[in-house]
Design a protein around this ligand. Sequence first.
Ligand code: Z5A
Length: 202
Amino acid sequence: MFITFEGIDGSGKTTQIRLLKEYFEKQKTDCSVFREPGGTDISEQIRTLLLHGGDEMDPVTEMLLFSAARSQLIAEKVNPLLEKGTVVILDRFYDSTVAYQGYGRESATIGVINQLNSIASHKTVPDLTFYLKISADTARKRTEENEKDRMERAGDSFFAKVAAGFDKLASEESRIQTINAEQSVELIHADILKAVQAFSRS
Ligand code: Z5A
């Protein structure tokens, strides 16, 4: 099973992924977790460039680097694990490129980004995607102590466009389940488990 988590920064993805991994481990089901960008030596080097490179990075360069990191992760880790029957969970996947580089930066049309995503994912499609939907205010309160990286330094209007992009994607794609991420950690986990168990039975 291939599961991805999406949402704006601070929506609680990392917290929920940790709980879901614990659930699979209790079930004695092999489960691997990777973050995007990242998850391989090459992809982690690209992550450093993307999050800590200079503010002068060109938006098309940024879009291509996210895709390059993804291609390496899918080819080197995700696809071989899925072939072995391991559950793979990704903290972000290509929906983030649609939301951030497509709707947020407007680096290319959504059609072009979809083509790029198809190439960079090696045509691997998630079985389930959880979109943790949260207001910008709640997300800001949860992350205000953190030091801001290059992406996080983009302004409020950029993040409003990204959030609207995620909403639009979720309304268009049946694999995407929107979860109310304003709830407690426990209630969000329960919603996610219900969807995972329903998928496993189907
Ligand atoms: N990006 C892109 O532009 N294009 C792409 O294609 C891809 C990515 C793949 C990666 O950032 C950046 O790259 C990201 C998008 C961009 N940039 N932005 N902006 P990252 O990997 O460094 O981090 P992130 O994915 O944006 O999120 P995060 O900071 O790791 O947050 P999170 O995982 O969503 O949340 P969390 O760490 O689980 O929780 C945040 C805090 O809230 C923490 O203190 C928790 O204890 C607390 N929390 C969590 N859940 C709750 C609930 N339910 N109630 C109260 N408090 C909670």
